[in-house]
Design a protein around this ligand. Structure first.
Ligand code: DC
Length: 231
């Protein structure tokens, strides 16, 4: 059976990575979290700026670092993948708020995007891949056989984030969380370089009113139908 490319894009806090991971497992495909790659570049920039005691980094500094950065993924015994930065497993370090904020800054630099997009395209060359991000169906793999665009109402996504933060022991304020979701949506969809946009041929999955199980069954059906057509 032909191994296709599945491109998953969508708004923040839509459960993209959980869905992509589960679909990859179902299909027996490789999963690539492109957000982790932007986060790894951000981590490198933060560590280097601390070493050289630079207060704030500009795009030129960051672009000059790219030739020293090698981002990859290492498969773990349980089948999950950890992002590596110059050979070091940085999966944990990249998940902080500070690195997340830096990642959204490095993600607007065209050279950084070109650098990572080229690697993502290489990773998907053979097919058999589920890749999630913001520009996968539009820029990285405009010819992907299956494109999913995930969405849910801002209120539902804010509620999910609110619960996640509470589970981490934080004391979020609902109005702030909702404002943050709306701000991120605005930034993601309005940046000059590769803004988040639904590809014309993407299938929209609005999971506002679906349980996780319902949504996975729905996505598996879409995938199975697609793979049958591509045979
Ligand atoms: O999905 P995430 O939060 O791990 O992504 C980190 C940052 O990288 C976020 O600001 C969005 C950006 N990003 C991007 O611009 N393009 C991608 N393909 C993936 C992530």
């Amino acid at each position: 059976m032909k191994k296709i490319i599945v491109a998953i894009d969508g708004y923040s806090s839509c459960g993209k990575s959980t869905i992509a991971k589960q679909l990859a497992q179902y299909a027996g495909y490789r999963y690539i979290d492109t957000g982790a790659m932007y986060r790894a570049v951000a981590l490198y920039a933060l560590v280097e700026s601390r070493k050289s005691k630079v207060e704030s980094l500009n795009s030129e500094h960051i672009v000059s670092m790219l030739s020293d950065i090698h981002v990859d993924f290492a498969i773990q015994l349980d089948g999950t993948q950890h992002v590596t930065l110059n050979g070091e497993d940085v999966e944990k370090q990249i998940r902080t708020l500070e690195v997340g904020n830096m990642a959204s800054q490095v993600a607007v630099i065209p050279e950084v995007r070109r650098f990572l997009v080229a690697q993502q395209q290489k990773m998907g060359e053979q097919g058999g891949i589920v890749m999630d991000g913001r520009d996968i169906g539009t820029v990285v793999f405009p010819n992907a056989e299956l494109k999913l665009f995930l969405t849910a109402s801002p209120e539902v996504r804010a509620e999910r984030r609110f619960k996640e933060l509470q589970e981490k022991g934080e004391h979020p304020v609902m109005a702030d969380v909702l404002a943050d979701v709306n701000d991120r949506d605005y930034r993601d969809t309005h940046r000059a370089e590769s803004p988040l946009r639904q590809a014309d041929d993407a299938i929209v999955v609005d999971n506002s009113n679906m349980t996780r199980e319902e949504q996975m069954q729905h996505i598996y059906r879409i995938f199975d139908a697609k793979v049958k057509c591509e045979r």
